[in-house]
Design a protein around this ligand. Structure first.
Ligand SMILES: [Mg+2]
Length: 213
């Protein structure tokens, strides 16, 4: 199968900040009295989701209210983490350099956040002008709209697109958008992504073998 267009998720696929940032989020909700299980279970449950939705579901589940300043305080903490450095996913630069198809980025994060991640890792030039944020279209994965919107901007049929994702909501969005999806994961997460319909890869470089070059 060959594809015309490749859509990359940002966090966990191109850069790696999500694990660190969810740990920050976890610490902050714990400090505000949230009776949640350990950080691993927290990460498993909330990976790939919109931050405001995570907060909302915690409030509902535990019948509590976080201060309205919580999200802005969280964003400030994220900036501090950023300045300590953002990790690049192993092999991704090789993929971006050698990919012979048009590609873009589609992420549940705000555009500023995505651009900061890409700037700090010197990857912005690969995606400049081809970044789609859920915040700009008002639909977040697992809603398929963001992926479909990105493909539509370039005039590609949805079933000719390949999505690269690392989270369950991302894989669900791709499947619902009638797109093929590679799930970048290992261990338990790999099994979960496979169950959702992804073809699992454990080495990012494998993207090149799935896209006929
Ligand atoms: Mg992700």
């Amino acid at each position: 199968m060959s594809y015309d267009f490749v859509i990359f998720d940002c966090d966990g696929v191109v850069v790696d900040t999500e694990t660190t940032l969810l740990a920050v989020f976890y610490r902050m909700v714990k400090e505000r009295g949230l009776p949640e299980p350990g950080p691993e279970a927290f990460l498993e449950t909330f990976r790939g989701l919109k931050t405001a939705s995570i907060l909302e579901s915690l409030e509902k589940k535990h019948e509590m209210t976080f201060p309205s300043s919580f999200l802005s305080e969280y964003r400030e903490e994220c900036q501090k983490v950023f300045h300590k450095g953002v990790e690049v996913i192993d092999g991704i630069e090789e993929v971006l350099k050698n990919l012979k198809k048009l590609f873009c980025m589609a992420s549940n994060s705000p555009l500023d956040f995505i651009r900061d991640c890409l700037t700090l890792t010197n990857l912005l030039s690969y995606f400049d002008g081809k970044i789609f944020s859920a915040y700009d279209v008002g639909h977040w994965k697992p809603d398929p709209f963001l992926f479909q919107y990105a493909a539509d901007q370039f005039g590609f049929q949805h079933d000719r697109c390949l999505v690269v994702e690392d989270s369950i909501p991302g894989v669900r969005a791709a499947v619902a958008a009638s797109m093929s999806v590679l799930g970048y994961a290992t261990g338990k997460q790999a099994i979960a992504l496979k169950q959702e319909g992804a073809t699992v890869i454990s080495d990012m470089r494998s993207v090149l073998t799935y896209v006929s070059v």
